[in-house]
Write a protein that binds this ligand. Structure first.
Ligand code: SF4
Ligand code: SF4
Ligand code: FES
Length: 517
């Protein structure tokens, strides 16, 4: 089958992807067919009728674009008076009982109803009857708050719990203007992906307890990012804002569509990891247990490294590929033992058959490709001899080791987040986190993905690569690391940093074999 087909929209010929319904096919060339109930992850339900179009081939006068496959030679009309009237009528119908509370609604600024009213209706209300009142501020569980009056009964949320999580907590009860979304008595939303209904809801009927009333949507900068909550590496939007006299703060993560990784959704716990970026951060540098400025701390650690008899570097499985390679290079240069021991990051049995993985680190796959040893034996043997351990973001306490009881081994920590290991360190170098830095990670399925800095703090911390360079490393930035990776690491010989696709690059089996062989 051809990859594309030609059809005409309002008399203009367009070439669109084959095999899609009319909504998605013409959306690919920038033409909007308004729709409320259709969502590509949930399929066509056909309940809202907002997507009705005319096809000039003698078939029934109007068809639902969500349920009609685009076909070669089709003549589609979206601009006839009949279609325009239907769109106005649907809008009027949706708004009969809808409270006009946009100024206090969390969805304002990203609401389909608001946008479509302006685009396709824009007529004053003719209703002179009191609106039907329904449930407000209903706690549906899992951090989801429901407003029945704002609901347009598109059933996206209901279909999500039936088709995606298969937990079926939501249903539509009653009929006509008494119809409403509800949970079953005593059975709240109880699945690990529940907050996706907030993103799916086209209006302000499903809101997040965590986010509601904290920011207006139009103040948020929506940057692309990758969740570091587990080894799936789901694609996200990092929604952040720098308010006057305040720092740049992240307010929420939302799913970003990527068929190669996470489809349209993310899990709730990954969604909440934005809080770590704001709250659990290291800020104060230490040298020999004393608070100092960062430059002094770097110089002190450099001197301490030079004095060390036996040096161990411990790298976190959530470091970026570039950070890992730069740490590896510095370890070789300083004759340090390099370990990636981090079994505590793996929560056996916690993952599911959808997105959530047992491994709560973002980039363990890179260990194998770079040849970084993860065994406990290597680390413990090295620690028996060592007088200085430098942990690059690895919280050893997660793996059951007491960072306050390392004997004669002094501890230094270079990382972004506060944890038991950082607490026990006598040298502490805070660095930018993944939301403030750029790099690449390889997920559990072998997909290499790049991410860029989303947040710029009032007082930015240096990147880990900059700190590594100051400590004597060979690379100062991502580009320099990639020149090395391309020539020195077989798995990356053919990878062109500038041409890694936006959805990521699936490293082939032979690339992995090359390294493990
Ligand atoms: S709550 Fe939102 S997603 Fe669910 S049926 Fe109502 S409008 Fe649709
Ligand atoms: S499945 Fe993993 S990567 Fe995806 S959102 Fe959840 S924690 Fe983040
Ligand atoms: S989007 Fe087609 S009927 Fe709702």
């Amino acid at each position: 089958m051809a990859d594309t087909i030609k059809l005409s929209v309002n008399g203009v010929e367009v070439e669109v992807p084959a095999g899609k319904n009319l909504i998605d096919a013409v959306a690919a060339v920038g033409i909007e067919i308004p729709h409320i109930c259709y969502h590509p992850a949930l399929g066509a339900d056909g309940n809202c009728r907002m997507c009705l179009v005319e096809i000039e081939d003698g078939r029934p006068p109007l068809v639902a674009a969500c349920k009609t496959k685009a076909a070669e030679g089709m003549k589609v009309r979206l601009d006839s008076e009949k279609i325009k009237k239907i769109q106005r009528d649907i809008m009027e119908f949706e708004l009969i009982n809808h409270p006009i509370d946009c100024p206090i609604c969390d969805q304002a600024g990203e609401c389909i109803l608001q946008d479509y009213y302006v685009k396709y209706d824009h007529a004053p209300s003719r209703m002179r009857v009191p609106q039907v009142t329904k449930g407000k501020k209903m706690d549906f569980g899992s951090g989801v708050v429901h407003d029945q009056e704002r609901c347009v009964l598109c059933a996206r949320c209901v279909r999500f719990t039936r088709l995606i999580t298969k937990t079926g907590e939501l249903g539509i009860v009653n009929r006509t203007d008494q119809a409403r979304v509800n949970i079953f008595p005593g059975r709240p939303l109880n699945n690990r992906y529940a907050l996706n209904v907030v993103d799916l809801c086209p209006v302000g009927a499903m809101t997040s307890k965590d986010f509601r009333f904290r920011q207006r949507a139009w103040f948020l900068t929506k940057s692309k990012g990758i969740c570091h909550g587990c080894s799936k590496g789901c694609n996200i939007y990092i929604d952040h804002n720098r308010e006057k006299y305040k720092d740049d703060i992240i307010y929420r993560y939302r799913p970003r569509h990527n068929d190669l990784v996470n489809g349209y959704f993310i899990c709730d716990s990954g969604r909440m990891t934005y809080k770590l970026e704001n709250e659990k951060r290291l800020r104060v540098p230490l040298a020999a247990g004393q608070q100092v400025d960062l430059e002094s701390a770097v110089n002190a650690l450099k001197r301490r490294m030079d004095q060390a008899d036996k040096l161990v570097f411990l790298v976190s499985p959530s470091c970026s590929l570039e950070q890992m390679r730069a740490i590896q290079q510095l370890a070789t240069h300083k004759a340090a033992v390099l370990s990636g021991y981090s079994e505590g990051y793996i929560q056996k049995g916690d993952g599911d058959d959808y997105l959530i993985q047992d491994d709560k680190s973002a980039n363990r796959a890179a260990f194998a490709l770079l040849g970084i040893d993860e065994s406990k034996d290597t680390l413990t043997a090295a620690l028996n001899e060592a007088d200085l351990l430098i942990s690059f973001g690895n919280d050893l306490s997660l793996s059951g080791m007491d960072c306050t009881a390392l004997g004669k081994t002094e501890l230094a920590f270079v990382g972004s987040y506060a944890n038991n290991c950082a607490d026990a360190a006598s040298y502490l170098l805070p660095v930018a986190s993944y939301s403030e830095d750029n790099g690449s990670i390889i997920n559990i399925d072998g997909v290499l993905q790049r991410y860029g800095a989303a947040v710029v703090k009032n007082e930015p911390l240096p990147s880990m690569l900059q700190i590594l360079a100051q400590l004597g490393g060979a690379f100062g930035d991502v580009q320099a690391v990639w020149s090395d990776l391309n020539s020195a690491v077989e798995a990356f010989n053919k990878v062109d940093l500038q041409n890694i696709p936006a959805e990521g690059l699936a490293l082939t089996v032979s690339e992995v074999d090359n390294v493990t062989a």
